[in-house]
Write a protein that binds this ligand. Sequence first.
Ligand code: ADP
Ligand code: ASP
Ligand code: MG
Length: 819
Amino acid sequence: MKVLKFGGSSVANAENIQKVAAIVMSNSEQQVVVVSALGGVTDALIKAGTLAEQTDETYKDVLKELEKKHLDTARALLPVTHQSSCLSMIKQQFNELEEICNSVFYLKELSLRTRDRIISFGELLSSKIITAFLQSKHVDVEWLDSRKLIKTNSSFGFAAVNFETTNQLIITTIQALDKNIFLAPGFISSDNNNNTTTLGRGGSDYTAAIYASSLNAASLEIWTDVSGMMTADPRWVPNAKPIERISYQEAMELSHFGAKVVYPPTIQPVRQKNIPTWVKNTFAPNDAGTVIDSITQHDGDIVTGISSINAIAVLSLEGSGMIGIPGFSKRLFEALASANINVVLITQSSSEHSICVAVNTSDAIKAKEVVDSTFEVEIAQAKVEPLKVETEHSVIALVGDKMKSHPGISGRMFDALGRNGINVRAIAQGSSERNISAVIAHADIKKAVNVLHEAFFENVYKQLNIFILGVGNVGGKLLGQVLQQQAFLQEHLNLQVRVTGIANSRKMLFADNGHDIDLKQWKEELSEQGEPMQLSKFVETIIQKNFRNSVLVDVTANEDVAKVYEQLLSKAVSVVACNKIAASASYTHYSELKSLAKEYNALFLFETNVGAGLPVIGTLNDLRRSGDVVTKIQAVLSGTLNFVFNNYDATRPFAEVVKQAQDEGYTEPDPRLDLGGTDVMRKILILAREAGEQLEMEDITNNGFLPEECFKGSVDDFYKAMLKHEDHFKKLYKAAASENCKLKFVAEFINSPEGKTANVGLKHIPADSDFYHLYGKDNIVLFYTQRYPEQPLVVKGAGAGADVTASGVFADIIRVARV
Ligand code: ADP
Ligand code: ASP
Ligand code: MG
């Protein structure tokens, strides 16, 4: 004997019921088949009852729609010759149901007893329709009335089973009937007075377990819409995977903590009889599914699964008067129990003056009433504070039999949550050490489940969610590189780089659940589906999406964008900036950003601020981390200026060469930032700071070479002014050429016992200098340190250009994942 249970989605419509029939008919063993109501029907019946109670006549429309759904399903399943008795059964059931709802309407009252009566129609109808369908296929099947076989007390809505009577009734009924297949409605039962009762929402699983245990079945199969009990709720965690094998206790903990795939009371009856229980997928019957049995030690992951419960309220009972006085917690729990309030989780602080319990939000008001009245005297004496209630919380739980033999699991759990800025409100570890649970803000729950799933099941695989601001030249190249590298990163670094948001100055676009931004046609998607760009909204969306490992990538040169880093870092969102404004703003701001990043376990990275993709800042950081001290930095840091002075030989106007640099994309949007030295000043400032010095822009001497007039007016005026001063540029060139020197714009930082200084300016570079052979838009940085006192450590190479800058940004993004 086997027991099979098919849930609401498995029997949602005629097409699915055909699948169910195929599974049932492929079995040769004797079987009891338990079915739920057609998907969504129980909810609709509750709605009809509630509307009637509120004297809202639209309950009739709800019933009409339900009747049509059942009639359509029966018509689609049954050959015309078999339809009439089934259709009249449905109509008759709906007449009865309507009469009950009419009474509710007139009485304006829906008792739990009547509510059970109303919702029992869901399973009654589905089981009768499916029985008729199997009979029409010449299957010898007998319908069982679960109301007559499963006897309960009169706790309507959530009745407790009387196993002794039930077992007997089931055994004698089945024995008396010589059939191979029995079909029974799930969920419904009756009390001693034969009033219909129900076993709690999701209760059909329990019905099936009751049949299985009474009949000592060889196995129980729970057929649903997923391929087993999974490592986490698959609707939240796309990477969740089916658990092959799991113990009864683990399954119980997982379902108790919210894994709705199995209704929690289901496990107890099958566990007692040691009946192996399978969770299988009606829509993929060949998938292995999960087996739940008495296994104690299984191979594989230490953590078996993660689940969560929403709508949790945290109740805290605090007060100095509680210390050392026994009985406080007993009184608290007795008060809650007397009000039928189920406690999900308990923690008591070691100082003993606070107890914290988590309950369902629907119980919070009642809990406050009973607890405050229990401690009325102590509250009046100010020994205990009135109960504090905080709603909008969730509980997340890690479950696994093996956790107790592996230390450090909770450390890893809280580290992973902490690194993602998720605050833990309370922690509890089950005495069996089979679960560790934590209360967190509801807003963080989806992220938390994913973070923990990643930490415990995907230690091989990490997801980065990147939001790119400024998909122009560099940003566009970056997207191209991400597209090209995605598969490689996933395969070799176990890193999934997801572009979750992009924006330019006009539009912004976000990946939605299930819809990723197509990196092959992001331009079209952005312009067609993007919404108008609003920086504040872009930032809010990043925060609201609350993805794990989120990174803002700033590839703009915009001051407003630089101002949002603070807000994001303090939400544990890392920032990768190509934009130099933040790192070269006041020292206070720079160091604030760094300490925020540290505080919230995020990274603030800006390697491309100096030398584009060259490892300049990285090298400097490595030197310092290994204990070296920088004594001097000399560098040519402007790709633009290099390009300009490498190409200018006084035969064509200086302005023309600058224009060429701008056209080829080496300059800042306003080329005066390059030509006037500001850009180089920012870079040497950033290097000095990364070398450990508290320098400001004002501390840097700028020996500029542009005539004053060049700084006035617009960029157009700038080009005109340069043309006008062509003689000045010619003179500069010739003065250098006459000494066989080249012109280079050099930046210098000196850390000497006399002080720390920095300067930038145009220099004559002789042929024996490291700077002489520097072509195109190359950059060079010489680090003189205590370990490199005479021969500096040299970093040299392409220091500008969209491609190399994008690859530097990309490297920073990957650095975020590797911490
Ligand atoms: P049925 O109607 O078959 O009883 P349910 O909707 O009650 O199905 O339960 C199946 C659903 O449970 C799945 O579709 C899935 O969304 C959800 N679920 C939550 N946690 C888990 C988990 N750990 N493993 C599998 N499914 C889960
Ligand atoms: N139909 C009931 C419910 O929706 C029972 C079940 O499907 O398990 O709660
Ligand atoms: Mg269910």
